[in-house]
Design a protein around this ligand. Structure first.
Ligand code: CAA
Length: 380
């Protein structure tokens, strides 16, 4: 799939930003486990926090393919910054844009696009991971307001968030059928961060356990129809998975670029490593997996932009791109030998960052469930 001029320009613009503003800070972000405020401000100023929010709500008015390019190019230098953008945009903004009332869109989207309010997505719980429908957070109808009680796990951007998309049951069902969705502002009394996880990778991205203790929200905090929340979760994740696939692609490309340069300058047996056919074969396989990931991501994004079904395609893109990122980053370390195993070189960071892409927003096993279910339904 060829990108036309408009997308080439967007990629060039994000690449410049990523190489000048993100790359110099990537190692520090990983070591300190924190995204500097200046990066968040610059992301907002460049329109990357509201890329596909329509201009009437203060966004950049781009499409989803442009958003995928943004996440890829940023993640090529720093996967923590990449997922900050991705979780905020596809998990925080998109459900409001797609399911919100006009009043909700007017209230939240301009502040989210400007970065004043960062978004997060509160679905998973201590006992509800892949089986998201079994969550137990409950929102009780108190007449003039809702009261939310529960604990949420693995919440990306939990520390920075101003707005949470919270999934809670409003009917006590054993399955997904009683789930509704609420927009909760983190300044609401009863909201708190229980803990921030200490992780293997994406160390600059906050991953939090959040408590909702008698959190009182107004009636109009309900997003979409009551008890239709699981569909909203699944539809949101369909788009979110394109974002994570793009993050995985960026990680793989970053590791590959580094490995190429390393093998060209590293001399062993009297010649650069890149002269050896065994090394070239490894580079060729890495390049092919990266290229195939990119095509799957562009295809899923193009379907989404065209308003066509893309659930299977986004699962395929995430599955392939994340498993490719793990494979490519493993090979990148191999190509850099002992040096690649040290923190002096960036490939070990890419390797640690790649792993999470096989886990969050649906594990590789969940993606296979989605793909297989779709094929089994389509072919008689
Ligand atoms: N879009 C809209 N609706 C959908 C849908 C989709 N893509 N997929 C399913 N649905 C609907 C179905 O139509 C059905 O609705 P009705 O009963 O009204 O017909 C309902 O959802 C249930 O569908 P299934 O029977 O297929 O659901 P299931 O219980 O078998 O679950 C699953 C399927 C794919 C395993 C799902 O539970 C799932 O995706 N689990 C993984 C959850 C996940 O990705 N969690 C990540 C959390 S976010 C995160 O990682 C944190 C972060 O901050 C980054």
């Amino acid at each position: 799939m060829m990108l036309d001029e408009q997308y080439k320009e967007i990629r060039a613009m994000v690449k410049k930003f990523s190489d000048t503003a993100v790359a110099p800070l990537a190692q520090k972000i990983d070591h300190e486990g924190q995204l500097p405020k200046e990066i968040m401000t610059q992301l907002a100023e460049n329109g990357f926090l509201g890329s596909y929010v329509p201009e009437e709500y203060g966004g950049a008015g781009m499409d989803y393919l442009s958003y995928a390019l943004i996440v890829e190019e940023i993640s090529r230098n720093c996967a923590s910054t990449g997922v900050f953008v991705s979780a905020h945009t596809s998990l925080g903004i998109w459900p409001i844009l797609n399911f919100g009332t006009e009043a909700q869109k007017k209230k939240y989207l301009p502040k989210m696009a400007s970065g004043e309010w960062i978004g997060c997505f509160c679905l998973s719980e201590p006992n509800a991971g892949s089986d998201a429908g079994s969550l137990s957070t409950f929102a009780e109808d108190k007449g003039d307001h809702w009261e939310i009680n529960g604990v949420k796990n693995w919440i990306t951007n939990g520390k920075e968030a101003g707005v949470c998309i919270v999934f809670a049951k409003t009917k006590k069902t054993p399955d997904y059928k009683g789930i509704s969705v609420f927009i909760v502002e983190t300044t609401t009394p009863g909201f708190s961060i229980i803990k921030e996880e200490d992780k293997l990778g994406i160390r600059g991205s906050s991953t939090c356990q959040l408590a909702f203790d008698k959190v009182k929200v107004p009636k109009d905090a309900l997003l979409g129809e009551p008890e239709k929340g699981f569909r909203i979760a699944m539809a949101t994740l369909d788009g979110g998975r394109i974002g994570i696939a793009s993050q995985a692609l960026g990680i793989a490309q970053g590791a590959f670029d580094y490995a190429i340069r390393y093998t060209k300058q590293r001399v062993q047996f009297g010649a650069p490593l890149s002269d050896l056919q065994g090394i070239q074969f490894m580079l060729a396989d890495m390049s092919t997996k990266i290229g195939a990931s990119r095509l799957l991501i562009y295809h899923a994004s193009a379907l989404k932009d065209a308003g066509l079904p893309y659930s299977k395609e986004s699962a395929q893109a995430k599955l392939f791109a994340s498993e490719s990122a793990m494979w490519v980053t493993t090979k990148a370390i191999q190509l850099c030998g002992g040096n690649g195993y040290t923190k002096e070189y960036p490939v070990e960071r890419f390797f640690r960052d790649a792993k999470i892409t096989e886990i969050y927003e649906g594990t590789s096993e969940v993606q296979r469930m989605v793909i297989a279910a779709s094929e089994l339904k389509a072919i008689h």
